[in-house]
Unconditional design. Structure first.
Lengths: 359, 134
């Protein structure tokens, strides 16, 4: 389905040139000759982007903008402003306009703004879905936990020893429960992150004891299914400013990945050290590794899963590392990966140490 | 005589599964699906231990049930049960009640013998019960 765009302007020549400029851009273009006409059209059709002039007889652009923000919050609104009219542009931005295009404009200028607006509209989609998913996730959590506990009682032979074939079937149920749990936990993590204000970032925390220590003590990590021992090496235990709950999500995700993509029985190494102005946490495992292309293009993006050989049977939400990146960026830090495909992978998280006199 | 476990949880399927497992292990069981019914079941069933979900969405919240058992008001009908072993079930990361917390430093509910997170690990539940009812 093509992206839909509506241009609102009282000057016919502007509308005609917009139609001409966007004739071959793969957009579905409509035009309206007044604010009233524009709102009427936008109420009947959910446009991805609306570009409106500000100064029009009758209903002005700011009114159109405000109404659209209220009635069609998913529509991205851009405004045309008169030449060098900074104040009206500022007012429009304050009222929720995505961007503005000063008149007169060149085809390239307006194309660029519209391209960005269309992209913004697309990125908004998953964010909205996320809110919904967070709600759904909470609802799914407890029935899923019950399925898991129930299947587990069969698996562990409480109601009689299973035949090998039955055992395999129950394992499939359990494996899929774990996958769903992973997805649900990821969504809940994400929504938590959006709810958490910046206030919680003022806390002084010790990475080793408040974050790493707590995560590696969790039984499902300590006694992981692949029998990979978790070795923690604390070269330094820096105090940083942050949110321990969110940072625990990062460490948990990195260690879970190390288990998921790790070679059975080989150690997972967690190292904490001070490097210049950063506290650096490294999680390293032996296993399938990650290709350079995946590291560059996919690794930390939302819903991306890698195409690395040996990961075909592994199910994941495709959100874990994206969540890690979000948390780390919230802490003004960096996350990156290194790997030798087929041999090992290492994830590094650098978090800034408080500046000023040494803590 | 077989010990009796009262399970209070609004998830009937989970109650059924846990009851079956406990029966296999030689316990008697009783069930209640709402907090208020759980309290009443103390009087009618005389359990030796209570497994209590504190995140029920029905009338009396699980934490209130725990509170009424542990800190009965003067003359309360439940006073006789103030020392009954309590095993609390919670969903992961949901122990956020102001009065009760997993952290012993925060107002830990006196005398709650164990917190288990969902999904319930049946081996762990049985181990906890075996420890509390030797």
């Amino acid at each position: 389905m093509p992206d839909t765009i509506l241009f609102i302007d009282d000057e016919d020549i502007v509308l005609r040139s917009c139609r001409r400029i966007f004739a071959r851009e793969g957009l579905e273009v409509d035009t309206a000759v007044s604010g009233e006409d524009g709102l009427d059209k936008a109420r009947r059709k959910a446009y991805d982007v609306v570009v409106t002039d500000l100064k029009m007889p009758g209903l002005g652009g700011i009114e159109v903008l405000k109404t659209l923000r209220r009635e069609r919050p998913e529509t991205v609104v851009v405004v045309f402003t008169g030449y060098a009219n900074v104040d009206t542009a500022r007012e429009a931005l304050k009222n929720g306009a995505f961007d503005y295009v000063p008149k007169p404009f060149t085809p390239e200028e307006i194309k660029e703004v519209v391209r960005n607006a269309v992209r913004a509209r697309k990125e908004q989609g998953p964010a909205r879905m996320l809110d919904l998913m967070a709600i759904v996730s909470h609802e799914l959590k407890s029935p899923l936990a019950t399925v898991q506990t129930t299947a587990d009682t069969l698996y562990r032979g409480y109601f009689g020893k299973l035949e090998p074939g039955q055992q395999k079937i129950v394992e499939t149920i359990l494996r899929n429960c774990e996958y769903l749990e992973d997805v649900i936990r990821s969504y809940i993590d994400l929504s938590k992150m959006e709810i958490d204000g910046l206030a919680s970032f003022q806390k002084e925390i010790r990475l080793a004891s408040d974050v790493v220590g707590e995560v590696v003590a969790v039984p499902e990590i300590r006694d992981n299914l692949k029998k990979m021992p978790v070795q923690v090496e604390i070269a330094d235990d820096p105090v940083i400013q942050g949110d321990p709950q969110l940072l625990k999500i990062v460490v948990r995700n990195l260690v879970n990945n190390a288990v998921k993509y790790g070679r059975e029985g080989t150690p997972i190494r967690i190292r904490l050290e001070r490097r210049g102005k950063d506290a650096v946490l490294t999680v390293r495992n032996e296993g399938v590794g990650i290709s350079a292309e995946d590291i560059r293009d996919r690794l930390f993006k939302r819903f991306e899963r890698l195409k690395q050989k040996g990961t075909e049977g592994v199910k994941g939400s495709g959100l874990g590392l994206y969540i890690c990146r979000m948390v780390v960026e919230k802490h003004k830090g960096r996350i990156w990966a290194e790997s030798e495909p087929g041999a090992w992978a290492a994830f590094h998280v650098a978090l800034p140490l408080p500046s000023g006199p040494a803590a | 005589m077989a010990k009796k476990i009262l399970i209070v949880d609004d998830d009937r399927d989970l109650v059924e599964t846990l009851s079956q497992v406990l029966k296999v292990r030689g316990y008697e069981t009783a069930a209640a699906y709402r907090g208020a019914d759980g309290l009443r079941a103390l009087l009618t069933e005389h359990p030796d231990l209570v497994v209590l979900d504190v995140m029920m969405e029905t009338d009396t919240a699980g934490f209130e049930v725990a509170d009424q058992i542990r800190s009965p008001r003067p003359g309360s009908r439940y006073a006789a049960f103030r020392n009954i072993p309590l095993v609390i079930l919670t969903a992961i990361g949901q122990v956020t009640n102001s009065r009760f917390s997993l952290d012993p430093g925060d107002n830990f509910l006196p005398g709650v013998e164990a917190f288990l997170t969902k999904p319930v690990d049946v081996d762990e539940l049985l181990a906890v019960i075996a420890r509390l009812l030797p």
